[in-house]
Ligand binder design. Structure first.
Ligand SMILES: NC(=O)c1ccc[n+]([C@@H]2O[C@H](COP(=O)([O-])OP(=O)(O)OC[C@H]3O[C@@H](n4cnc5c(N)ncnc54)[C@H](OP(=O)(O)O)[C@@H]3O)[C@@H](O)[C@H]2O)c1
Length: 248
């Protein structure tokens, strides 16, 4: 029930970090995988690892550009003839700032990267998914469940992703499309590099995590494959927190 043989998956932000680990995990489970990100070199490198298991299709695509997203989804469908699994992983928090000092352009940039990108991919994939069924996994964050000083923009965007997840789950259930969210806690990737390098910030963060360590991208794979696969066939509109106990 964990196998994805013959399925096609599309993963955004698949060249590094959590997205890359998830893309590799889906390939190991048997899926052909389309990888989306902006930098061609890292994308090709990630795709070559996947090609050891199944077919991979690297596509340069800025997910904040709805036109590029539409073309990428169309290319995936014409390359593989189907689209079964969508992992909306691209996202991040490009700056920290108190709310009162956050300019509208900064707020919009974070909304575009985390929320609008997910909307654009879901909108472009909807036609294929609703016709044949499928599974959508939206990568949000544990930050969506609490106030986030200096990251109100990021927390608001990720909370909105959870709301979108639940609404689409209800609308798309009759069409055989499941929509769930994966919420990582603190994970060791490029995104968290600066805070991991700051000794006092890192020890304050790890003090909040019962398991007292950073998660690894590979530790997101099992939960993501679970949500993408028939192993979670009666689950939709749900949020899986993978956070070393942070939310407990
Ligand atoms: N790391 C954590 O502690 C943590 C915690 C909670 C949630 N998350 C969430 O998990 C997801 C992945 O995070 P990560 O830590 O793996 O980040 P990361 O290491 O910074 O990797 C981000 C990935 O997204 C791609 N990307 C960034 N902007 C993009 C854009 N506009 N269009 C297309 N691709 C784009 C990057 O490639 P290019 O730069 O080449 O485009 C890269 O492949 C994000 O949604 C993040 O918010 C992370």
């Amino acid at each position: 029930m964990w196998r994805l043989d013959g399925k096609t998956a599309l993963v955004t932000g698949a060249s590094r970090g959590i997205g890359r680990a998830i893309a590799e995990g889906l390939a190991q489970a048997g899926a052909n995988v389309a990888l989306l990100a902006r930098d061609r070199t890292t994308l090709d490198e990630a795709a070559s690892r996947i090609a050891e298991h199944t077919k991979s299709f690297p596509l340069v695509c800025d997910v904040t550009d709805a036109g590029q997203v539409r073309s990428a989804v169309d290319e995936v469908v014409s390359c593989f003839g189907r689209l079964d699994i969508v992992v909306n992983n691209a996202g991040g928090c490009p700056f920290l700032a108190p709310f009162a000092e956050t300019r509208p352009q900064g707020w919009d940039r974070v909304m575009r990267l985390n929320l609008d990108s997910t909307v654009a991919v879901c909108r472009s994939a909807a036609g294929h998914l609703l016709e044949h069924g499928g599974s959508v996994v939206n990568v949000a964050s544990a930050v969506a469940f609490a106030g986030a000083p200096r990251a109100a923009h990021y927390a608001a965007a990720k909370s909105a992703v959870l709301s979108l997840t639940r609404s689409l789950a209800i609308e798309w259930a009759p069409h055989g499309v499941r929509v769930n969210a994966l919420c990582p806690g603190y994970v060791s990737t490029d995104l968290s590099r600066a805070v991991r390098a700051d000794e006092s910030a890192a020890s304050r963060i790890l003090g909040e995590v019962p398991m007292a360590r950073w998660g690894e991208p590979a530790e997101m794979v099992g939960p993501a494959v679970f949500l993408a696969s028939p192993a979670s066939s009666f689950m939709t509109g749900q949020v899986l927190l993978v956070d070393g106990g942070l939310s407990a």
